[in-house]
Design a binder for this molecule. Structure first.
Ligand SMILES: [Zn+2]
Length: 467
């Protein structure tokens, strides 16, 4: 492998960089069919993200049923938080346009909260708490944006903070521990709103560090608690999995198992499509249109809930059963502009991959994304022969070199497994090397063509012939 893809942190465009691999890895790769170090294969690129977060936190959401007075208080809290956010954002944008320094949050807080409360047009801000949190959230939004610009933040690019609108279908307010408390009787007290009745579905594992009250598009309210959790390291396993997220099945694993979208979810999605068509037929501004819109919003919420539930179950199962999980980085935002857009967004892959990632962190598993430029559907997973691109309708093909008949998705999943395994091993070897540890017995990816998945024991103990 002579090409190495680097991602420009500013443009997020990748370019091929001639950065040779360490010598021992080149030698190791020379023993792998299809991964020959001397073979020029500029299309096989690596971009990986091995997740290492020290303190995982969990978000726990519960439904809540505020009474009429509490709903009014919440509505004004949403409104005030939005006004403070928009006022401060405007100040920062204007300062930026005028070439002035970026206002600190202390200045903004004095000007837009403390002083504004004394003016006639913003006097109603005095009735609400948690406005400071709005400012802190904006600082976080700006930090994420700047980090993303500088390439310090993995994952997709983050845009600058945006103005909030009264017409946003989702309204929310975030509270820190000063503004809410959990009561003995199971209610949650929110300052200036009162005690909210909660239907608890589970116990909170620890005291929450923040609370977000959200009103969704169909008028339901829920509380999301952020709780710092201790990592729950699961016993080590030998199995590893590559995952191909497909359109025919929801996901195909490298061991050949398929996860299909459940029937009830497909049915709910079908009904949603039907309701959306109904909505589009109603005259604009009519009462029937308003009714149809609520129906669509309710069905949307239902589909969302069911899908999330399905994603949770599937991701938990995969993380429990495998020591390492590798997925193809699909860059869904890129696919979203193509004709596949609809089904891609419906499948909600990015949410699913996000769950795999945080669950891997929580349970001490390895997780890595394999660059989507990696030709997982072109390479034979048995012998490593590259058979060229195949149109999407080709579900099965025979390798031109070794004659193995491949199921397209399973073959792709196996390739993702090999590639993920290889990049994680290479990353570990690099780290070891940098720390001055002996590289003589560096981890080597398992040979292709072996039956079953590569075993952890083999990879860590394999010596490199000739070294
Ligand atoms: Zn082959």
């Amino acid at each position: 492998m002579s090409g190495h893809r680097a991602v420009d942190p500013v443009t997020e465009k990748s370019h091929v960089q001639a950065r040779p691999l360490p010598g021992f890895l080149q030698k190791a790769l020379a023993f792998m069919p299809g991964m020959n170090a001397s073979q020029d294969c500029p299309d096989v690129h690596v971009r990986y993200l091995v997740v290492e977060h020290p303190a995982p936190c969990t978000c726990i959401a519960e439904w809540v049923y505020p009474d009429a007075a509490q709903r009014r208080a919440l509505a004004s809290a949403f409104g005030c938080a939005r006004v403070v956010w928009n006022d401060c954002l405007r100040d920062r944008k204007e300062a930026h346009a005028a070439g002035l320094p970026y206002g600190t949050s202390a200045e903004l807080s004095r000007l837009r909260i403390t002083q504004a409360k004394r003016t006639e047009e913003r006097s109603w801000l005095a009735d609400v708490v948690a406005l400071q949190q709005s400012l802190r959230d904006m600082d976080t939004a700006y930090k994420n944006f700047f980090d993303s610009l500088r390439g310090k933040r993995p994952g997709r690019k983050v845009g600058p903070p945006r103005y909030k609108s009264k017409k946003d279908t989702r309204q929310s307010i975030r509270l820190n521990t000063n503004a809410f408390s959990l009561q003995e009787d199971g209610t949650v007290y929110v300052a200036k709103v009162g005690s909210l009745k909660v239907t608890w579905s589970r116990r909170l594992p620890a005291a929450p560090t923040s609370l977000t009250v959200t009103k969704d598009s169909c008028g339901r309210y829920f509380l999301s608690f952020v709780v710092d959790t201790e990592p729950d390291i699961l016993p080590e396993l030998e199995d590893e999995a590559g995952i191909d997220l497909g359109l025919s099945a929801f996901a195909v694993l490298s061991d050949g198992s398929k996860i299909a979208s459940p029937r009830f979810l497909r049915r709910a999605e079908k009904k949603l499509k039907h309701l959306q068509r109904e909505l589009s037929r109603k005259a604009k501004g009519s009462k029937n249109r308003a009714k149809a819109r609520i129906k669509v919003a309710r069905q949307h919420a239902k589909v969302g809930d069911r899908r999330r539930d399905f994603h949770h179950k599937a991701s938990t199962q995969i993380i429990r059963d495998n020591q390492a999980v590798y997925v193809e980085d699909l860059a869904v935002s890129g696919l979203g502009r193509t004709r596949l857009a609809k089904s891609v967004h419906d499948a909600g892959w990015s949410a699913f991959v996000g769950m795999l990632e945080y669950k891997a962190v929580k349970h001490g598993r390895t997780f890595a994304k394999v660059d989507r430029a990696f030709p997982s559907s072109q390479v034979c997973s048995a012998c490593g022969f590259r058979d060229g691109p195949k149109p999407l309708h080709v579900r099965e093909w025979r390798c031109g070199a070794c004659g193995t008949v491949h199921d397209r998705d399973r073959n792709a999943a196996r390739n993702v497994l090999f590639e993920g395994h290889r990049i994680v091993a290479a990353k570990r070897a690099e780290t070891l090397n940098a720390c001055g540890a002996p590289v003589r017995r560096a981890p080597v990816p398992a040979q292709r063509g072996e039956a079953g998945s590569p075993r952890k024991g083999q990879t860590t103990q394999a010596g490199i012939p000739g070294l």
